[in-house]
Design a protein around this ligand. Sequence first.
Ligand code: ATP
Length: 336
Amino acid sequence: MDNKLLEINQLYTSFRIRDDYYAAVDNVSLSVKKNEVLAIVGESGSGKSALAFSIMRLHNRAKTEGEILFKGENVIDMSPSRLNEVRGKDMAMIFQDPLTALNPLMTVGQQIGEALFLHDRKLTKKDVQDRVIELLDQVGIPRPNYVIDQYPHELSGGMRQRVMIAIAIANDPELLIADEPTTALDVTIQAQILDLIRDLKEKMDAGIILITHDLGVVAEMADRVAVMYAGEIVEITDVKTLFENPKHPYTRSLLNSVPNSTSMEKQDKLHVIQGVVPSLAHLPRVGCRFKDRIPWIDDSVHEEHPELHEIEPGHFVRCLCYQHFYFPDKEEVEKK
Ligand SMILES: Nc1ncnc2c1ncn2[C@@H]1O[C@H](COP(=O)(O)OP(=O)(O)OP(=O)(O)O)[C@@H](O)[C@H]1O
């Protein structure tokens, strides 16, 4: 038995739009080990948050099918009471926007305290208070004795994000899901929060799923990376391989659209990925989903039913079109 903390097998998460269900997470399989950061990258609308919310079972209107094995137990089959035990204790989530995730009417101390007390009713008021101060200190909040009585709106964005992290780690979770934890923050604060998350990984021996569209964050934080496009994983590999030997046209386009990316292919211009991720109801469900965004690549090189191919140990790429992909010059794009 290996040390898999989370194992997702053939997961589908579908939302109802008018009379039909459409999969925003479409046959996703992946795993996370202890003390590992798995980054999930992709443009807006690729299904990253839908995947994270599925793992935490936070979607109440979506249809979720497949297996989400957390230490061998399928989260999808958990009863509401079992879910309440696991969520916030064994697995926890840091959300994108602390202002909407925090309760504006409760002090910082009350909110962190509630997270602690919910999972350990034997704690005394004094125990809770001591632990809250310890947590505030751990996430780098100065003057914890003072901040404990403040309300979220009295804090800066960076401090609010730290409070959310304190809530998430209050019960030493084994799995931490961070959904764009630094998007709303400026660059210096961003770096501090990332340092903090990295530190926590070491101290808590936790597995971390880090959702981001920022490849700089990926390079700094991840051990492995799953690239999502239109609900599917199109490439998954270790972080070094992703930057040094990316294969899927989408991965290569993402990397080549970032200035100073370590893996920028030898070309003098940045590549602009054409178009956008189609909306959920309009996703192509047959063939290569990325096909329409690389129209200069011959149709015949795409697989009819693209599969994830293990092209070297642990490196999976969807659709054989990667073997024929190249970046076009401007005239070739305009011709299509
Ligand atoms: N509750 C919902 N009902 C209907 N469609 C939804 C719902 N939530 C998400 N979607 C759709 O599912 C798709 C995936 O959305 P998701 O939020 O997971 O993407 P994302 O990659 O996390 O994007 P972002 O980076 O903007 O958060 C999108 O097309 C989105 O519009």
